[in-house]
Design a protein around this ligand. Structure first.
Ligand code: SF4
Length: 194
């Protein structure tokens, strides 16, 4: 190639130099400060956190999670990279687990609406639990069937059905089953995706 004709490489180098000097000139013309600036780094909110392994409660896939806490408060929940099930990933539902714990829209008081009433009353948790226990005991006493008509042992609380929620974890479900079966309840189900 003759000296008068630019090679492709030389052309690219020259073009880059022209572009850079044009860009610098433009920035200086508008008064930009071109001195090196200190890098800004965001402070990780989990920097001082303790981490605990857990399991996503939403479905039977059972993805592993890591729960981060600071001073006993949950500050972050993310997928556990050590889990062979999800390798650190979470589906959109699992990725929102943090909002189970920290969410200003959550109702954190017990609300009770009496039969026929149009307004909700705020109840103390102890009062609500006493009322639930009272109704469970009453229903069990009224509907418990010890033996069938032909004399076979049944021991079944026919009037109570238990439906678990999607955010009940394995440990809770285990204890819950024991309680329900101890009461003679056999209609037990858990919804995990409704
Ligand atoms: S809801 Fe999503 S993140 Fe949770 S266990 Fe199921 S697939 Fe995994």
């Amino acid at each position: 190639m003759s000296g008068a004709v630019l090679s492709r490489r030389a052309f690219m180098k020259r073009s880059a130099g022209v572009a850079a000097s044009t860009a610098l000139g433009g920035l200086m013309a508008v008064g930009a400060d071109l001195q090196p600036a200190a890098a800004r780094t965001a402070e990780l909110r989990i920097r001082e956190a303790k981490s605990y392994p857990s399991v996503c409660p939403y479905c039977a896939v059972g993805c592993g999670t890591v729960v981060h806490t600071v001073d006993g408060k949950v500050v972050n929940v993310e997928g556990d990279p050590r889990s062979p099930i999800n390798n650190g990933t979470l589906c959109p539902k699992g990725a929102a687990i943090y909002q189970l714990h920290v969410n200003p829209n959550r109702i954190d008081k017990v609300l009770h609406r009496a039969p026929g009433a149009t307004e909700w009353e705020v109840w103390d948790l102890g009062q609500a639990m006493d009322r639930v226990a009272e109704l469970v005991k009453q229903t069990r006493d009224e509907t418990f069937v010890e033996k069938t008509a032909d004399g076979k042992t049944l021991m079944n609380s026919m009037g109570i059905f238990s439906l678990g929620g999607a955010t009940m974890d394995n440990e809770w479900n285990h204890i819950h089953q024991k309680l329900m079966r101890g009461l003679g309840i056999v209609a037990i189900e858990n919804q995990a995706r409704i």
